[in-house]
Design a protein around this ligand. Structure first.
Ligand SMILES: Cc1cc2nc3c(=O)[nH]c(=O)nc-3n(C[C@H](O)[C@H](O)[C@H](O)COP(=O)(O)OP(=O)(O)OC[C@H]3O[C@@H](n4cnc5c(N)ncnc54)[C@H](O)[C@@H]3O)c2cc1C
Length: 261
């Protein structure tokens, strides 16, 4: 690992001011530290945001669940309030990685990193999330730009993620047996104003499958999904699963999610 300067920021303003094109924020460090150790990334400045109180915590109201950016996966998984308001979100957090990863990794780090196989981006899309940063509020549909890419600007810090409480929802994934990242994950959410079917792991970036959502809007049943054709075009193909296999898994896991709603 190359040498770097470590800063522990006292507040969001200081953290943002320290940021540059050669810095990274340190939240859980579950991506940043292994990337540095493996020589995949080098930074001159590491800005630790874990100590900023404002960035952590869970607030639940009738309509929304708002989670601070440095809230750990284990805290989401174990929150009684989240389990009651959006059980599928707590279950998703419980399915991330292993106990070590869940006790260090954070929701803000996960969505800022936007790994194509990460779980939380699908929750953001399915649950019409609004990403609160230190300078603006961004709808999830506009936040995830591409593989490991978001619309975040240099120095922009995610402060919290606000999820809409759905009428029904469920997340199902086929986990990589080693890491538990999603080979394919499908998050179905039925809201008063529409249905979202967010898919992760299948393409280079999370997406909302509009065809599945449209079909479920007219008939919310697993059987209705049989008639939808999910194309393998643009899907990932690797040692774990071919594009065709992933396309089929999208249907299979969408059906499972609807059945479990
Ligand atoms: C072995 C292993 C297994 C895993 N399995 C899964 C899995 O099954 N599913 C899954 O979804 N994930 C999985 N992960 C990822 C993990 O859950 C973390 O969410 C992820 O690594 C990033 O979160 P972090 O808090 O560790 O971020 P960090 O590593 O600290 O930061 C990652 C990036 O996000 C940026 N960042 C962090 N916080 C903010 C913020 N508030 N505002 C703006 N930018 C920010 C940093 O600058 C950095 O570029 C796994 C990781 C490991 C190591």
């Amino acid at each position: 690992m190359k040498t770097f300067n470590y800063h522990s920021a006292k507040d969001v303003k200081e953290a943002s001011k320290l940021a540059s094109s050669s810095s990274a924020f340190l939240a859980g460090g579950m991506t940043t530290i292994p990337s540095m150790k493996l020589g995949l990334a080098t930074y001159k400045n590491i800005i630790d945001i874990k100590g900023i109180k404002k960035l952590s915590g869970i607030k639940v109201s009738g309509k929304a669940v708002t989670i601070g950016a440095t809230t750990k996966h284990a805290e989401v998984a174990n929150s009684k309030e989240i389990k009651k308001a959006i059980p599928s979100l707590a279950a998703l957090a419980e399915g991330i990685g292993d106990p070590q990863v869940r006790n260090r990794g954070t929701i803000g780090g996960s969505i800022a990193n936007n790994d194509p196989a990460a779980d939380y981006p699908s929750a953001c899309i399915a649950l019409n999330a609004v990403i609160h940063t230190n300078s603006r509020k961004i709808d999830a549909e506009k936040f995830f730009k591409g593989m490991f890419e978001t619309v975040l600007k240099s120095g922009e810090i995610i402060e919290a993620i606000e999820f809409q409480v759905p009428q029904k929802s469920n997340y199902q994934k086929f986990p990589n047996p080693a890491s538990r990242y999603a080979i394919v994950g499908v998050y179905v959410a039925k809201h008063k104003n529409g249905i979202n079917v967010a898919v992760t792991g299948a393409k280079s970036c999370v997406y909302n499958d509009k065809d599945l959502a449209k079909t479920l809007s007219s008939n919310f049943s697993a059987a209705s999904i049989n008639n939808v054709r999910v194309s393998s075009s643009g899907m990932n193909s690797d040692i774990h699963a071919s594009a065709e296999y992933r396309a089929n898994m999208v249907k299979v896991f969408a059906k499972k999610a609807v059945e479990a709603c």
